[in-house]
Design a binder for this molecule. Structure first.
Ligand code: HEC
Ligand code: HEC
Length: 349
């Protein structure tokens, strides 16, 4: 072998190594970018925000926002994107909400844009790190939600112990949480709302945990029928007393019995009194919304899921014989009808 062919041989031997290298880079290098949550994107978008670098750096990259009186400007500025008052009339399960998130290819841009929107609209209350300790949080009557614990979001169609669906968060952003400081962002485009959802998902790794993957709760189809109303209301009242809803909500729904209830931050709950103000339900006031709330409960609050009491099974009513499931459905509708009647009656007083 002369030196020339020796060189060619070395190059030829190197080609497969090079190809494998390119393959590995293409697979891992680009694959990571499509995953959500993507912390590197999240941190990059935080760094690009209009927050003094020191404030982010000080508490290890993702500090909670604070009123930073000593160093002059506050760490998080007042919102430049204002929400609207939360809408009491809009059902939470808003059929107008498009339920398809952005395409996977667009996800990276969505997270970046969502991060900027978050800083201009949400961080004031929720804090830059999402822990619910923004500069304004102490002024909120109820605790500002910790967005790093999605298991405790209350407006959801997934069962407790799982994270909410993306569409659940979307609906809440669009409608707001009536009776609390959480505004409605229905003035934002659906692209912007999905960008916010994509960003919120970077605040917790729970969205990646297969054990916590959202599992759809069972909710009976159909609303209480007008012609059955007298019977439904009578049954509903009996159930309301039997299940001891009055223990917290009072016999008339005014919640006096629950006056002392407080959350882990010592703040009251918005709707233990669910009749004042004509009813402002966090999770919606349509019969289907109320049925969902009663069956799923509200994580992080004393409002428990009532699926076992109403269907007699701990698991999923979908697995029950049709007849016993229908009996449970009737109980749910009765309880819903009675609950909504308490609100109606209070409005007339
Ligand atoms: C003025 C303060 C304020 C602003 C601004 C605000 N929020 Fe909230 N948010 C709250 C409060 C308070 C709650 C909890 C209400 C309660 O349950 O009492 C909340 C709850 C939430 C929840 C939890 C919903 C659930 O089902 O539990 C999400 C998600 C959320 N906010 C996202 C956002 C996003 C995204 C923005 C910006 C686009 C935003 N918030 C702006 C105060 C605010
Ligand atoms: C141990 C106390 C407790 C019991 C018992 C209880 N609830 Fe609740 N419930 C609460 C609290 C606290 C809230 C408010 C949570 C919040 O605002 O974050 C609530 C909220 C609600 C809401 C308003 C939901 C919303 O979207 O804002 C409805 C409706 C409701 N409960 C119905 C019932 C019914 C029906 C029963 C009986 C089957 C019942 N509750 C039993 C504590 C209780």
């Amino acid at each position: 072998m002369d030196s020339k062919s020796g060189f060619a041989g070395t190059v030829a031997a190197f080609v497969p190594v090079l190809l494998v290298g390119i393959g590995l880079w293409a697979y891992f290098g680009s694959g990571v970018r499509w995953k959500i949550p993507d912390r590197s994107v999240h941190e990059a978008s935080l760094r690009s925000l209009s927050v003094p670098a020191g404030d982010i750096g000080r508490a290890n990259g993702l500090a909670g926002a604070r009123d930073n009186a000593s160093s002059g400007a506050p760490a998080v500025r007042k919102p430049s994107i204002e929400g609207a008052p939360p809408s009491n009339d809009m059902p939470w399960e808003d059929p107008r909400a498009p339920v398809s998130p952005p395409s996977r290819g667009a996800l990276r841009e969505a997270v970046e844009r969502g991060g900027k929107l978050y800083a201009s609209a949400c961080a004031w209350c929720h804090g830059m790190d999402g822990r619910g300790e923004g500069p304004w949080a102490s002024r909120s009557a109820t605790s500002v939600r910790d967005l790093t614990i999605p298991e405790k979001f209350v407006a959801r169609s997934s069962v407790q112990g799982t994270v909410p669906f993306e569409a659940d968060i979307y609906r809440t952003l669009r409608r707001g949480l009536p009776g609390t400081a959480m505004p409605s962002y229905r003035n934002l485009s659906s692209d912007d709302l999905w960008a916010l959802v994509a960003f919120i998902k970077t605040l917790s790794s729970d969205y990646d945990d297969p054990v916590k993957a959202p599992k759809e709760a069972y909710v009976p189809a159909g609303a209480p029928e007008e012609r059955d109303m007298q019977l439904l209301l009578a049954n509903g009242r009996a159930l309301y007393l039997e299940l001891d809803c009055a223990r917290c909500h009072g016999e008339d729904g005014a919640g006096d019995a629950a006056a002392g209830l407080a959350d882990s931050r010592g703040k009251p709950f918005a709707t233990a009194d669910f009749v004042s103000g004509g009813g402002r339900f966090l999770c919606g006031m349509s019969p289907r919304d109320v049925a969902r709330t009663i069956l799923i409960g509200m994580p992080g609050t004393p409002m428990e899921p009532y699926v076992e009491n109403l269907y007699g099974v701990g698991g999923d009513p979908r697995g029950m014989p049709a007849e016993s499931r229908a009996a449970g459905d009737r109980k749910v509708l009765a309880l819903v009808a009675y609950t909504l009647k308490l609100v109606e009656e209070a409005k007339r007083r």
